[in-house]
Design a protein around this ligand. Sequence first.
Ligand code: DC
Length: 225
Amino acid sequence: MISVAIDGPAGAGKSTIARAAAQALGFLYVDTGALYRAIGLAVRRSGKDPADGEAVCGCLPSIRLELGYEDGVQQVYLNGENVSAAIRTPEASMDASSVSAVPAVREFLLERQREIARQNNVVMDGRDIGTVVLPNAQIKIFLTASPEERARRRYEELRAKGEDTAPEEVLKDVMQRDYNDTHRAVSPLRQAEGAVLADTTGKTLEEAIELMLGIIRAGLEEAEQ
Ligand code: DC
């Protein structure tokens, strides 16, 4: 099986770009952030604080997560309920960031992410895919863009969904999440050894997808030799 590991900060366009690349290659696209988001949502719904590690651990035994695909689009199910839309709010983003710092949560998700990659050719996107989840991935990419550009993209996404948020709030959120994701004790976000750096600042979506596909195809050729 072939694994393409894509890591990078929030809002770098990872999911859109990785999904398009997976489709072009005929690989399964796995958005691992959705799993952390679903856990954050479960904790929030149970009335507990997602930033309280002990409370989060207490919730884990009653959480059942499944991934499915509808028309090639990943869906995440929390105890049987499709929560793919509910996990996309700004609050759910923050809650995901909080629970992702809890070691037991990362442990809870580790084996199921590896299992998917054992069964399928994958493009898997997250924060620790090349460093921790799939350290032997044939291709590793660290996808990034400047914080301002990432905030602008996220703001436009939220507006398109009818969410009423101020641009400066979105930039603050992006910077806060960057800080959380790179400073947590377990599996902090960092460029994996052997990962190719792809910076999409100033690139159109099409250009970013081309950049990504170019890196993956070069990596596949190298892996075959
Ligand atoms: O990619 P995203 O915004 O959907 O991720 C949501 C949160 O989950 C983000 O704050 C970082 C965390 N995450 C993680 O720690 N490890 C992953 N492999 C994927 C996401």
